[in-house]
Design a protein around this ligand. Structure first.
Ligand code: HEM
Length: 397
């Protein structure tokens, strides 16, 4: 692939801020997306096993609906959190993203429907299981398969986007233009690694679950011990499988001795030790976040090097500084996002820790955070629409 083609595909308007900032935000937000992808698929997958045991086993009777609920919320979060890396990738790697969307156009189109159908069926599964313990098995399995397929489609887009040398062959195999939009590429070991991560993630989730419910008066010691031990088993086995898949993937792409890869492997080993000893799963989760950021960094490293070799460096992207919009973005992300998420998390934490019904209006911290969130949101809306209208009228009047 000639660099001039890639450079011609860039946005002629340039980008509004320094590329390294978009790159860092991409790494951060993709790690968040991946975290909820893995939690969604992991908890949903385990809940399907739970539906088989739920009727006769007291532990699974409690755990299964909780896993289904966790997966349900995680799907909505993974969708919201998928938008952010999508925006950042199309800012600095627009030649890759848009070429992929053209070559795999049909799959992009199908992806939306796959997601809608898969998520709607998840709700069906949720309600069927709520109505009857052990219910909704078949619909749950189909929904799970559909959502996994959505992930395989995402994988296809990610892989096709880093194959610029092959684009011409995909567009016109043997010189005949194929504009069907059915291009599909899979890198099996990379995919196996991504999917394998669902197991340790759900394992660490279970350790957290056990720790969280251990202080509740209405939870049994049996459930606390069972979930902790199941979490340790799944976390340990899952991490070992993921570590092997990761090493094979890195050997294949020739990166095994790279410092970022070595740091990731060390991170995984530390994580393995922490999961096996299960001293404090909340600290383990902190290390998991660091490992997730490293894995996201590895994905970006592969893409960055590959593109740089072809003469396309994101650091050379023309910058057309636009301070107000980046300021607005960062303030929204950090202040509105930060306070809003703190409010929701505080409330969820307290709901989970309270026996009976939690009344948020009687809680000082929840009240304060709720009021701050509303005030900041009001201010944000006034600024957003006021500013937009001013610019619009200034331009057209
Ligand atoms: C159930 C639904 C989904 C699943 C299971 C899923 C899973 C995945 C996986 C496994 C990857 C990594 C692929 C790889 O590197 O090989 C990925 C990447 C990504 N996903 Fe998702 N995803 C889902 C939905 C979404 C949605 C709705 C969005 C956007 C709104 C999104 C945005 C992204 C982006 C931007 C990337 C990175 C692409 C790149 O680097 O080229 N995903 N997703």
């Amino acid at each position: 692939m000639d660099a001039s083609v890639l450079l011609a595909l860039r946005d002629p308007a340039g980008i509004p801020f320094y590329p390294v900032v978009f790159q860092a935000l991409y790494i951060l937000t993709w790690a968040l997306h991946a975290a909820f992808v893995l939690l969604a698929l992991g908890s949903m997958g385990l809940s399907l096993y739970g539906t088989l045991k739920q009727k006769h086993d007291q532990n699974w009777k409690t755990l299964t609906p909780h896993l289904i609920q966790t997966g349900k919320i995680s799907v909505s979060l993974l969708i919201v959190l998928g938008v952010a890396p999508l925006l950042f990738t199309q800012v600095i790697y627009d030649p890759n993203w848009y070429t992929t969307n053209t070559l795999s156009g049909m799959w992009v189109f199908i992806f939306i429907y796959v997601l809608i159908v898969g998520y709607m069926m998840y709700y069906w599964y949720f309600y069927a299981n709520k109505a009857k313990a052990g219910g909704g098995k078949l619909i749950g399995i189909i929904s799970f398969a559909v959502l996994v397929f959505a992930g395989i489609l995402m994988h296809n887009f990610a892989v096709t986007s880093i194959m610029p040398n092959e684009w011409m062959n995909m567009y016109a195999p043997n010189g005949v233009v194929d504009n069907s939009g059915w291009t599909f590429n899979v890198d099996i070991i990379r995919l196996v690694f991504m999917v394998s991560l669902t197991v340790p993630v759900v394992g660490i989730f279970l350790q957290n679950y056990s720790r969280f419910i251990s202080t509740r008066e209405d939870s049994t010691k049996e459930l606390v011990d069972y979930t902790a031990s199941l979490g340790t088993k799944l976390g340990t086995i899952g991490l070992l499988i993921s570590a092997v898949a990761f090493v094979v993937w890195m050997m294949r792409v020739g990166y095994l001795m790279h410092p970022v890869i070595i740091a990731t492997i060390v991170g995984v080993l530390v994580l393995l030790f922490m999961v096996m000893t299960n001293k404090n799963s909340y600290v383990t989760t902190g290390v998991l976040v660091v490992v997730a950021l490293l894995i996201s960094g590895v994905r970006e490293l592969i893409r960055f090097d590959l593109m740089a070799e072809l003469g396309y460096s994101i650091y050379d992207y023309p910058v057309n500084l636009e301070i107000p919009s980046i300021t607005m973005f960062l303030l929204t992300f950090l202040i509105l996002g930060g306070v809003g998420v703190a409010y929701l998390l505080t409330m969820s934490w307290k709901v989970g820790k309270t026996k009976g019904v939690f009344d948020g209006s009687q809680d000082k911290a929840v009240n304060k955070l709720g009021n701050y969130t509303l005030a900041i949101m009001g201010l944000w809306m006034a600024t957003f629409f006021g500013w937009g209208m001013t610019i619009l009228f200034k331009n057209i009047l």
